[in-house]
Design a protein around this ligand. Structure first.
Ligand SMILES: Nc1ncnc2c1ncn2[C@@H]1O[C@H](COP(=O)(O)OP(=O)(O)O)[C@@H](O)[C@H]1O
Ligand SMILES: [Mg+2]
Length: 283
């Protein structure tokens, strides 16, 4: 990216995310589909590929990044700024450090967006290639206000494979479309289960809903993540599966999804910058 483009991007982001080149929201039509799992592994995978990455947990109702990223301390301060806590090569911050989820349940959209805006501008991220954001599940007023508050490069929509997830993915897509945030693609999580005893595949939640959703929405399908006990355990123990050398299969699946996301971010950026066609001078 040229410095001109970077300046433009920074201006576009406004004051709240200076120094952050790309912001990626991970969203879902409903809770429990593995949004936080995908967000954490996406962030760590991008860092493993050499990017400077931040991960921010904005799920005010159910912040899970401290647990999933294995963070036990609370953030320190530098002057008026909160310092993210680094683990697994990623700078992590959670709104859970500041907001009591029990309190947030009764908040209205403007209160949430006010708190999030304040929170986002109070964090000292430094220079980042990607800031991955774990949004609260759903597509209601609160989520809409949030995606308007934060300047986003694009969004990743996580669904499970049932056909009903198509309706949820459509709702998420509509929400982002309303505020002109491009959907970078769809990830299907909990795609199928491989029996750890006999090796047989079971399509517990049906099959192919994520791919169908992506096709109908005209956005890329970024990949599918099967159900693995090891992925659940990794979340509970604070070691993202992509960083676990004992889980090469799971790691490869999630790292490939992260590379697909990075490719979509690059495509969007060059389209926005109006990159000139390559001009080869023949001598
Ligand atoms: N592919 C997967 N295989 C096994 N367990 C998973 C998988 N994805 C998520 N989980 C588990 O399912 C639960 C819900 O996932 P989470 O990421 O917290 O969902 P959300 O953020 O959408 O509510 C967690 O216990 C998580 O470890
Ligand atoms: Mg979550």
């Amino acid at each position: 990216m040229t410095s001109n483009v970077m300046q433009h991007e920074h201006a576009h982001r406004g004051a709240i995310l200076q120094g952050v080149r790309n912001t990626i929201a991970v969203a879902s039509g409903k809770g429990g589909v593995g949004k936080s799992t995908i967000a954490a592994n996406l962030a760590v995978a991008l860092a493993m590929d050499g990017a400077a990455v931040g991960l921010v947990d904005l799920d005010i109702y159910g912040p899970s990044m401290p647990l999933m990223m294995g963070i036990k301390k609370r953030p320190g301060m530098s002057g008026q700024k909160l310092l993210p806590i680094e683990n697994w090569g990623v700078k992590v911050m959670s709104i859970g450090f500041l907001v009591d989820p029990m309190q947030a349940v009764v908040w209205r959209g403007p209160m949430v967006s006010g708190a999030v805006k304040q929170f986002m501008s109070d964090v000292e991220w430094g220079e980042l290639d990607y800031l991955v954001m774990d949004l609260p599940p759903g597509t209601g007023d609160i989520q809409l206000t949030l995606v308007q508050t934060i300047p986003l490069t694009g969004a990743v929509v996580v669904t499970t494979p049932q056909d009903i997830s198509l309706a949820d993915a459509l709702k998420a897509w509509k929400m982002f479309d309303k505020v002109d945030v491009p959907v970078l693609g769809v990830v299907e999580n909990m795609s199928y289960y491989i029996c750890s005893h006999c090796g047989a595949r079971e399509d517990i939640f049906d099959n192919g809903g994520g791919k169908r959703a992506a096709e109908q929405l005209g956005v890329p399908f970024l990949g599918e993540v099967p159900l693995y006990t090891s992925i659940r355990v990794s979340g509970d123990t604070g070691t993202p599966i992509v960083a676990d050398p004992a889980a090469p299969v799971q790691s490869a699946i999630l790292r490939s999804i992260a590379r697909n996301v990075a490719a979509q971010v690059s495509i969007r950026n060059s389209a926005r910058a109006g990159a000139p066609a390559v001009d080869i001078q023949l001598l």
